[in-house]
Design a protein around this ligand. Structure first.
Ligand SMILES: *Cc1c(COP(=O)(O)O)cnc(C)c1O
Length: 375
């Protein structure tokens, strides 16, 4: 699905040197690389504060903790997402309130968000799934009207631009009160292990988030809040500093691969290619298609696998149908769009290093399978 080795080889000398420098400096924790990366990412995103942390799940958890949410508070998020989003809500004793998504963009449905708001609602967590922003203009309008926090889960959309109707533009993750991202190796900006970060333009909130990520301590051994231990390693920060200048190129390469797939599948009635939202650029963390009902998805995935083409199902089960998240408020049928999507979506290889030859091979084999099915 991803080719991290080819990507590394293109910047190998620089990365090797950067890692060696950290090892030789012995500043493994909170070294200067972390501070430099923080400043460079702030600059890239056009956001006042970046708080690096250990991974994307922590980023989401620290964000919720920073908002001072209390057990029983309700947090609205999409049922079509990676589990981390709901996991941290549940872990903190908050109540996840799920809504369905838009069948074209996979972003949470603003009408359903509105309908889900109660006296207990405190926050909305839009997920920028597969690399394009949810309908943030609508989300921000609703949040303002009801005085709710917005935490963007931008683990899959770093570098995407969102355009408002007044023409202004912001980077994914810098629109709401807080953005949370992940530097997991396969993400669009990935390190060589785990990593994550939180973004905010709010000075007070930034201070609090930094304290929470560092055991709740303001001065060493003085703990004003209950916090967590969540740090970005210096080595990972050094790797990210090498890769950040290439992020836009990586995302452009992903878009080019997506263009190739789009064109190859344009005349294939069994496939619905990803719909690009009018107000968000797409950084294609995943290239996710919808397969017509008549086609056997498992057979397609197996066929591709037999041709050495990895195809993945993101995600096979909606959150409200997961064992751990069973809830009497939701049953099968509660969220028809997501329930249909989880049975029909599949994702093809997507990364910054895809060559035309590979793309031709992949698209040809997908079409071969569909032709054989018909005959
Ligand atoms: C990857 C991901 C996360 C979690 O990131 P980790 O670094 O793996 O903890 C959260 N939300 C979404 C949507 C993700 O894709």
């Amino acid at each position: 699905m991803v080719d991290l080795l080819s990507q590394y080889e293109k910047i190998q000398d620089q990365v090797d040197q950067a890692i060696t420098n950290v090892v030789r400096s012995s500043a493994y924790i909170n070294g200067p690389e972390v501070k430099s990366f923080q400043a460079e990412l702030e600059e890239y995103l056009g956001v006042k504060h970046v708080i690096p942390c250990a991974n994307g799940t922590d980023a989401l958890q620290i964000a919720m903790m920073g908002l001072g949410l209390r057990p029983g508070d309700e947090v609205i998020t999409a049922t079509f997402t990676y589990v981390a989003t709901a996991e941290v809500i549940a872990l903190l004793g908050l109540t996840p309130v799920l809504v369905d998504v838009d069948e074209d963009t996979f972003g949470l449905n603003p009408e359903q968000v509105k309908a889900a708001i109660t006296d207990k609602t405190k926050a909305i967590v839009p997920v920028h799934l597969f690399g394009q922003c949810a309908d943030m203009e609508a989300v921000m309008t609703i949040a303002k009207e009801h005085n709710l926090y917005v935490v963007e889960d931008t683990a899959q959309a770093i570098g995407a631009d969102y355009k408002f109707t007044d023409g202004s533009q912001k980077k994914a993750g810098t629109i709401g009160d807080i953005g949370a991202t992940s530097f997991f190796p396969s993400k669009n900006l990935g390190c060589y292990g785990d990593g994550g970060a939180i973004f905010t333009n709010d000075d007070d909130l930034a201070k609090k988030l930094r304290i929470i990520a560092n055991h709740g301590q303001t001065v060493r051994y003085y703990h004003d809040m209950i916090g967590v231990n969540s740090r970005l390693d210096s080595i990972q920060a050094a790797v990210l500093r090498c890769k950040l200048p290439h992020l836009d190129t990586y995302n452009t390469n992903r878009r080019k691969a997506a263009d190739f797939y789009d064109a190859a599948f344009a005349d294939v009635p069994e496939l619905k290619t990803p719909v690009r939202a009018a107000n968000s650029s797409h950084v294609f963390h995943q290239y996710t298609l919808q397969l017509a009902d008549a086609v056997d998805r498992n057979a397609l995935v197996e066929y591709l696998s037999s041709k050495n083409i990895p195809a993945m199902i993101y995600y096979p089960v909606a959150l409200h149908m997961q064992k751990a998240y069973q809830d009497e408020r939701y049953q099968e049928g509660s969220f028809p769009v997501t329930e249909r999507l989880v049975s029909r979506v599949f994702s093809l290889p997507m990364h910054s290093e895809l060559e035309e030859e590979q793309l031709t091979y992949i698209t040809t084999e997908v079409k071969n399978f569909l032709k054989n099915q018909k005959s």
